[in-house]
Design a protein around this ligand. Structure first.
Ligand SMILES: Cc1cc2nc3c(=O)[nH]c(=O)nc-3n(C[C@H](O)[C@H](O)[C@H](O)COP(=O)(O)OP(=O)(O)OC[C@H]3O[C@@H](n4cnc5c(N)ncnc54)[C@H](O)[C@@H]3O)c2cc1C
Length: 442
């Protein structure tokens, strides 16, 4: 049966409601539309999809050399599969996908061991000898003469793209395959079970229009924990938000390196890398991101940040956050990040360690910042990977952070596969021909 499409002209009832039109929500909408016969509604609080983290990031299709296979096995697996799927999707729709590779550098002897460990992690995570290589100081000079380092690793299986464009195209495809959308409609609460025959029919209260659905998937990015809390899930976690800021390099630096350059992370217990030298898919070069603590997932500027001081402090008086802020190493990290937000020179100096020819007075323009929302447990530890929590009628995707954009397609296909296995949605026998993904991806 062909499903009805009625953008912003809502029917009453849907089998599945997805909250959030970032790359994750749109990937789920895409696979639900082609793999199942459900009626689907994608609800987004903004006037379009992908206006937040999914288009405010570094744009890298990451390779898994930073991820410890013991601690982050699924993150690593999703990046491997994600690379392949994004490459296919971009080729299918003529979207940017530049296989430009990336380098990680050791700036002193002590960091060389970390590089060796990262090459080993990469191999255990599925990269082969042709895709990642350890390079001596001289070998590094041959491939990147302007980079100062003691040694490096080069990963050829790493690419640059524009996730904002992918996000938009996924939404367009999902709509073409039957998904409904509701914009400027902010999910507020699940109201009640207004049982009209279906097992789990419930009313979803939005700010623009109320919707009835059997099942809810929460892919609301920085708001997803609050939504999970509203149905009494994941109460043991709280979240903190960190703004990643970028500085745009002037065109004179366009040919400084052939690849993006990353450094060995200084604080390995925390999910932050130091600012990198970034070559974007469109040729622009940037420095960033840092990780400045802010009070909301949308604190892109001072006014928005100040508006959220009181509610966030109230919510964050939890034991885990208190413990984290008593940790000296975390405080050192935070002060470092704050100083690189206040001073352009401090930010540039962090990259100048390995690109000494940069001159901070050349950097006049800020890039677009993006915000990570990280989950913290009761002991003050950051959650290592993304987390799925559920009850009978809803599934919540929490802590969906970097390299979340890389892994969004396989992650979403896997969620839909699990919903089919649990009989929450029914598979379709209809074949979608207008997709690059054959059965092996679904
Ligand atoms: C600085 C930075 C750099 C990064 N770099 C990379 C990178 O190079 N490569 C990579 O793979 N990943 C990267 N990431 C991570 C990646 O961008 C994210 O993991 C991914 O975009 C998360 O997608 P999402 O759909 O979960 O969230 P979002 O894109 O934030 O989407 C969530 C959506 O939900 C909507 N929403 C929220 N609340 C409601 C509500 N109540 N009702 C309705 N709608 C709601 C929001 O408006 C938003 O559109 C980076 C992240 C940051 C912050």
């Amino acid at each position: 049966m062909i499903k009805q499409r009625d953008e912003n002209n809502l029917r009453d009832n849907y089998d599945v409601l997805i909250i959030g039109g970032g790359i994750l929500g749109c990937s789920i909408a895409y696979f639900l539309s082609i793999m199942t016969n459900s009626s689907i509604m994608l609800m987004e609080k903004e006037k379009n999809v992908g206006l937040h983290t999914s288009s405010r990031n570094t744009g890298k299709v990451h390779a898994p050399f930073y991820y410890d296979p013991e601690k982050k096995p699924s993150t690593a697996a999703y990046t491997i599969r994600g690379y392949e799927m994004i490459k296919r999707y971009c080729a299918f729709h003529s979207l940017p996908f530049k296989e430009d590779g990336v380098v990680e550098v050791a700036t002193d002897d002590r960091e060389i061991d970390v590089l060796i460990k990262h090459v080993e992690w990469a191999r255990r995570n599925g990269l082969n000898n042709e895709e990642i290589k350890f390079l001596s100081k001289n070998e590094m000079l041959e491939i990147e003469p302007n980079v100062k380092c003691e040694s490096g690793l080069v990963c050829f299986r790493d690419a640059s793209t524009d996730y904002g464009l992918i996000n938009q195209k996924l939404k367009e495809d999902a709509v073409k395959f039957g998904c409904n959308t509701s914009f400027k409609n902010k999910f507020r609460e699940i109201c009640s079970n207004t049982n009209t025959g279906a097992k789990r029919r419930m009313t979803i209260i939005g700010t623009a229009k109320n919707i009835t659905s059997d099942y809810v998937i929460n892919a609301a990015g920085g708001n997803s924990l609050d939504i999970a809390h509203s149905v009494d899930l994941a109460k043991e976690f709280t979240d903190l938000h960190f703004r990643g800021e970028y500085l745009t390099a002037p065109p004179k630096y366009s040919n400084l390196t052939k690849r993006s350059i990353y450094s060995v992370p200084r604080y390995t217990d925390y999910p932050f890398l130091d600012p990198h030298w970034i070559r974007r898919a469109d040729g622009r070069c940037e420095i960033g991101p840092n990780a400045v603590p802010v009070f909301s997932p949308y604190s892109y500027n001072l006014a928005d940040n100040l508006k959220n001081v009181v509610p966030k402090i109230f919510k964050s008086s939890k034991l885990g956050v208190v413990k984290l802020f008593l940790n000296k190493e975390f405080i050192r990290l935070v002060s470092n990040e704050l100083s690189s937000s206040l001073s352009k020179t401090n930010m540039i100096n962090r990259v100048k360690r390995f690109l000494p020819s940069l001159n901070s007075s050349d950097f006049k323009q800020r890039g677009m910042s993006g915000i990570r929302s990280l989950l913290i447990d009761k002991n003050g530890n950051f959650a290592a990977e993304s987390l799925l929590v559920e009850n009978e009628s809803s599934l919540h995707i929490l802590n969906y952070n970097s390299p979340g954009a890389t892994g969004a397609l396989p992650f979403a296909a896997n969620i839909v596969r699990q919903l089919v296995q649990k009989n929450i949605v029914n598979p379709t026998s209809r074949r979608v021909v207008d997709s690059p993904f054959t059965d092996e991806y679904m």
